[in-house]
Ligand binder design. Structure first.
Ligand code: NDP
Length: 271
């Protein structure tokens, strides 16, 4: 008989996480018996909780807001993507060593590839300079875009973010989110949390143009507020972040089990 493997996603708040559902679908399709829980962990209890969960026999942990940087600090061995992004969303332990990887960036790239969105030589704008922006930048840079510009409400945070990618300074740029642009973005990625907080985004007049591609990291059953805004400007090439969520989960699942799950899960199955 195969051993039942235990997994969990930890974060705070965690109640609405879709990860348990996604991983259960993966496991069922592959005929692997797993449990996957969502466990609330506050930052001050992060280290002790991870130690305890591994002692209790968990084979792998996903880490989400606001714990990804703490996971980066805790892991003994880090993947290249984690080292570059300063972020970890996947933890596992082997022979006493805690390993950390960040699958967010690769998950986004896989979803973009599936949607036939090519980043090579493209003028990319990322709105937001938080944890998710930092996590996706290394993977975006690997696709060889012309430039990545970060627009943020708090300009000092965008400066800090750019500082952490100083070796790529010639291919990166920053701007205050409300300033008019002197260039034309071709792909615009919204990584702000304004939508999920029901807050409006103050954007420059000229930032949204009909022929651009929009990718919103946020997702909801209906169009997100940002996608509604894009549609109102006549943009037809727009996508939410559900595909990225599923792909980053599939990459974690493969790290832990060695098996490649089927990533074609529909939104209806999840939301
Ligand atoms: P952070 O809290 O680290 O960063 C939030 C960013 O949003 C900051 O740059 C902040 O700007 C900006 N922001 C928030 N509210 C506003 C507002 N009203 N106007 C302008 N800017 C605002 O969050 P994360 O980066 O971790 O996550 C962001 C989003 O990405 C979330 O919705 C999350 O669900 C989603 N996400 C999706 C994933 C997926 O797999 N699809 C994976 C990871 C995240 P400032 O610096 O000025 O405060």
């Amino acid at each position: 008989m195969t051993e039942l493997k235990k997994f969990a996603v930890i974060g705070s708040p965690i109640d609405h996480s879709l990860s348990p559902k996604i991983h259960s679908i993966f496991a069922k399709e592959l005929g692997i018996e797993i449990t996957y829980e969502a466990i609330n962990v506050e930052p001050q209890h992060f280290d002790s909780s991870v130690t305890r969960l591994f002692e209790e026999g968990y084979a792998g942990l996903n880490v989400t807001l606001p714990l990804k940087e703490l996971a980066f600090k805790l892991a003994d061995e880090l993947s290249d993507d984690s080292n570059l992004s300063g972020s970890v969303n996947t933890l596992w332990k082997e022979e006493g060593i805690i390993y950390g990887d960040s699958t967010d960036g690769k998950g986004l790239i896989r979803d973009l590839q599936e949607k036939k969105i090519n980043l090579k030589n493209k003028e990319i704008v990322i709105l937001g300079a938080g944890g998710s922006a930092k996590a996706i930048i290394p993977s975006l840079l690997k696709e060889d875009p012309q430039r990545i510009s970060i627009g943020n409400r708090t300009i000092s945070k965008a400066e800090e973010l750019l500082e952490s990618f100083s070796s790529f300074r010639d291919r990166m740029n920053l701007f205050q989110m409300t300033d008019n642009l002197n260039f034309k973005p071709e792909i615009l990625i919204n990584s702000t949390s304004a939508g999920i907080k029901n807050q409006s985004l103050e954007l420059p007049e000229d930032i949204l143009t009909k022929d651009m591609c929009i990718y919103d990291l946020s997702y909801s059953f209906e169009d997100t507020p940002f996608l509604k805004l894009a549609k109102s400007k006549g943009i037809e090439n727009y996508h939410d972040g559900i595909g990225m969520l599923i792909h980053q989960a599939a990459l974690s699942f493969k790290i832990w089990t060695g098996q490649v799950p089927n990533s074609s899960i529909s939104k209806d199955e999840l939301l």
